[in-house]
Design a protein around this ligand. Structure first.
Ligand code: HEC
Ligand code: HEC
Length: 433
């Protein structure tokens, strides 16, 4: 829609355009947040839930047959207990290096990725002797697990401007006297070649765009190639036509539907009964005074409707524009002493050629320094998760807090020093998230 200068004058004078932001819709009812109608959201979800087969292009190496297998709880798009394996080793300067994993008795070598797929489609009836399973070589002594996370409400996260996250990092650093300084990394937007955005998705902030992440997941989790990730990890025992992801009857690719499905989800809702207790109310205040809120930022606001993001490839729609939401994260990388030593490097996503192209645009040392950093885990929906932290190893909230060190050391110490009733109140608040 185009507006006249008079419209803009009135608009600015009355603040009708900028207006106060409104609350993002929350809930686990599975309904659209308004981005698309109910029927379209249901159809997108069907694709997200679909079990892919070898004929569809599954594998050759893969982790699961459907996005929902790992993003399911309590509704499609949520989290799960499923973990993934990443390995590598340190090079001669101490920098992280991806593994080289021979498969099929050495017939091929899988390089440029730290991910080790847990499943493969062969050996099978058609290829009885093709032994392609990946197994981490003994030499790969940097090893890590990463647990599956929720995608619900991620459309709001994507719609936060790059500048807002950069400002947050600066403020945080200044306010804490340089003790807590979240790191911003710029990562490529696959659908806008040459463009980058501030990473905010994945445990390592490896993506800024949900379309990019969807293409990455389709290939690396399920072995399905698409327009944005066209190269199979291996062609051994691969028989499906390339790229595997083809337009459907409405002209949409699988990756388009996944991204739209995620963008249309409502944010995780609080447990309103627990949230209303006086104890949780006290806990919410303690969450701030104990310093948790410095990283687990309670409230963020999305860009105005009409803002172009993702290298100009996505325009923030009204359903996502100027919304206040409560992720309890700054979406920045921090060293809280739990780092797994693994860099989700450029090479992994884009192959060596792309890596060279990106080299001049993005500070490579920036990525090296992320080896032991993890994105602040968003705490929305925390009460629904059984295995906490990036590795899923902490099974209680108090255990997860006790693992916080380095940048979060002071905060964790304050938590430990709270009188028991205050500690219980803070936990009651966390259990309402
Ligand atoms: C085998 C399990 C598995 C499957 C299958 C899977 N994912 Fe994931 N997903 C994960 C894990 C684990 C992470 C965190 C990965 C990391 O950062 O290393 C993740 C992270 C994500 C994120 C980032 C969310 C955030 O808030 O940071 C998106 C988006 C995503 N997945 C989309 C998808 C889509 C779309 C599909 C289907 C094409 C899919 N995933 C299939 C396990 C899975
Ligand atoms: C310096 C930033 C920082 C501060 C301060 C901080 N955290 Fe965290 N928090 C993180 C990061 C980063 C992670 C993810 C670490 C990992 O997965 O290894 C995390 C993870 C968590 C988790 C696990 C969530 C999940 O889904 O796995 C909980 C719970 C948590 N923090 C609570 C707290 C509480 C309570 C406080 C205050 C006492 C606090 N944090 C202070 C950065 C911080």
């Amino acid at each position: 829609m185009r507006h006249t200068p008079v419209f803009w004058l009135i608009c600015l004078a009355s603040t009708a355009c900028a207006g106060p932001p409104v609350e993002a819709p929350t809930g686990f009812d599975g309904a659209s947040n308004g981005l698309v109608d109910h029927a379209a959201h249901a159809k997108d979800r069907e694709d997200f839930d679909e079990i892919e087969t070898i004929e569809d292009g599954l594998g050759p190496l893969y982790n699961a047959q459907s996005c929902r297998e790992c993003h399911q709880d309590p509704i499609s798009g949520g989290a799960s207990q499923i973990t993934e394996l990443r390995v590598g080793h340190r090079g001669k300067y101490g920098q992280f290096e991806n593994p080289e994993i021979p498969i099929a008795r050495g017939e091929a070598i899988i390089r440029n990725r730290s991910l080790v797929n847990d499943r493969a489609i062969c050996p099978n009836g058609q290829f009885p002797a093709t032994e392609i399973h990946q197994r981490a070589p003994q030499s790969e002594n940097v090893r890590a697990l990463r647990v599956s996370i929720t995608l619900l409400g991620d459309g709001f996260v994507e719609a936060v401007t790059d500048q807002a996250l950069i400002d947050l990092a600066r403020q945080q650093c200044r306010a804490s006297g340089n003790k807590i300084c979240g790191q911003v990394i710029r990562v490529p937007i696959l659908e806008a070649p040459g463009e980058t955005g501030v990473g905010r998705f994945g445990w390592k902030n490896q993506h800024a765009s949900l379309l990019s992440f969807s293409a990455d997941a389709y290939l690396n989790e399920m072995g399905i190639t698409s327009a944005l990730m066209p190269d199979e990890v291996t062609r051994l025992c691969d028989t499906a036509a390339q790229p595997n992801d083809k337009p459907d009857d409405e002209g949409l690719l699988g990756i388009d539907r996944f991204a739209r499905f995620i963008r249309a989800t409502k944010a995780p809702a609080r447990d309103v009964v627990l949230a209303a207790t006086p104890e949780a109310g006290i806990g919410a205040k303690l969450f701030n005074t104990t310093g948790c809120a410095t990283c687990h930022v309670p409230t963020l606001v999305t860009a105005p409707t009409g803002t172009r993001i993702n290298g100009g490839k996505f325009t923030v729609p009204a359903a996502l524009g100027r919304k206040t939401f409560h992720p309890y994260s700054d979406f920045l990388l921090h060293d809280v002493g739990t780092g797994d030593g693994i860099v989700v490097a450029m090479e992994e996503h884009y192959g060596r050629d792309m890596y060279k192209i990106q080299w001049k645009d993005i500070s490579y040392p920036g990525f090296v320094t992320t080896a032991n950093k993890i994105r602040t885990a968003p705490l929305w929906g925390l009460r629904l998760r059984t295995r906490l932290m990036h590795d899923g190893v902490s099974v209680t909230i108090a255990d997860a807090i006790a693992r916080h060190g380095k940048e979060a050391e002071q905060s964790a110490r304050k938590f430990a020093a709270l009188p028991p009733t205050d500690r219980e109140a803070l936990l009651a608040f966390l259990n309402s998230l």
